[in-house]
Ligand binder design. Structure first.
Ligand SMILES: Cc1cc2nc3c(=O)[nH]c(=O)nc-3n(C[C@H](O)[C@H](O)[C@H](O)COP(=O)(O)OP(=O)(O)OC[C@H]3O[C@@H](n4cnc5c(N)ncnc54)[C@H](O)[C@@H]3O)c2cc1C
Length: 308
């Protein structure tokens, strides 16, 4: 099921077909703040009122032209200005393929520098999301250089990749802020753990490295047992709550987000907005079979309404 949805995430033909159906869009709206920056800011402010921070994701990836990459950069800068004006407790998460990684890595790096410089002037931080393993080396290299020059960028390590322990240690040594995730892409044989149990075990191992030695790491998961393991680990090592944060995705495990914030942990939610939500939504479907049931239920409800 997971592989099937991750395969569909990259099929333009299926995308064009699926986008014709309202039920598909309605189901996606559970995971996406809305089409506009206004929608996203509204969600950030709601979260902030509950002492939950945000990180905005202007949806888009694998941009095909330099013009589209520059348009995305403009929006990312506008989003930062808006967060600043609203005094929102929120930063930015961006994907390098949105700002030109697959067109020209140098052009992409220049775009990232522009975005990070703008954030620095506003006293803010930029997180570079991690995409599929074809992007890992280029992403880490660009982040390392930008971090060395500006200091206010961090990135993501995926626990399902065999290489991640080595990458995590390298990033920790340089002081680069890391968000730890399990990994959301379809990977070829030989680069990633196949079994969930192995990914989970690697997650816990890397999490301990980051909590003990990392710079303000982000433990990004909705997995209750891993969150419990993190809480027990920090307690046993006397690691202060202020020195790390939990992160979750908008629309997933809101109960847990609130509980952690109420207990005094730093919590940040990842808030996607914009029109290009198809691949993001397909990855959310791939993660959890129950979401597919939800999608099918919406299809039948729509059919029933049409008949009524
Ligand atoms: C803040 C944040 C940023 C991320 N950034 C990246 C990134 O840059 N690169 C990347 O590859 N991946 C990223 N991810 C996605 C990540 O790799 C996982 O695919 C995703 O978090 C699901 O894994 P999990 O840790 O929640 O554990 P799982 O074992 O997948 O899930 C644990 C439990 O969480 C709940 N849950 C998980 N997913 C869903 C869902 N889609 N719908 C409903 N409930 C769900 C369920 O209750 C499930 O039992 C990010 C995740 C978060 C939280």
């Amino acid at each position: 099921m997971r592989a099937f949805f991750l395969y569909l995430a990259r099929r333009e033909g299926f995308k064009n077909f699926a986008l014709h159906f309202k039920f598909f869009r309605n189901t996606a709206s559970r995971f996406i703040a809305g089409d506009t920056l206004e929608d996203a800011i509204r969600v950030v402010k709601q979260a902030n009122r509950r002492k939950i921070k945000g990180t905005l994701d202007f949806l888009g990836e694998n941009t095909l032209t330099p013009e589209d990459a520059l348009t995305a950069c403009k929006e990312l800068i506008r989003a930062q200005d808006r967060m600043d004006k609203e005094r929102a407790d929120c930063n930015l998460s961006i994907k390098l393929t949105q700002i030109g990684l697959n067109l020209d890595p140098l052009f992409c790096e220049q775009n990232l520098v522009k975005i990070a410089e703008h954030a620095k002037n506003l006293g803010n931080f930029v997180r570079v999301d991690m995409e599929d393993s074809a992007c890992t080396d280029r992403t880490l290299e660009i982040v390392e250089r930008t971090y060395r020059n500006l200091g206010n960028v961090g990135t993501v390590i995926q626990a399902y990749l065999y290489r991640s322990e080595w990458d995590a240690v390298r990033m920790v040594k340089k002081g680069i802020r890391i968000r730890l995730v399990k990994g959301a892409y379809r990977e070829p044989e030989g680069v990633a753990f196949r079994r969930k149990k192995e990914t989970d075990a690697n997650y816990v191992k890397l999490m301990k490295v980051l909590l003990e030695n990392g710079t303000y790491p982000a433990i990004a998961t909705h997995d209750g047992s891993i969150i419990q393991a993190a809480k027990e680990f920090v307690q046993s090592k006397n690691i202060p709550k202020e020195s790390f944060e939990f992160q979750m995705l908008y629309g997933i495990r809101r109960d847990l987000q609130r509980l952690l914030a109420r207990d005094g942990y730093n919590v940040r939610i990842y808030i996607p907005y914009g029109a290009h939500w198809y691949p993001y939504f397909m990855r959310r479907l791939a993660e959890r079979p129950a979401n597919v049931t939800f999608l099918i239920r919406n299809l039948f409800m729509e059919k029933k309404m049409n008949v009524d």
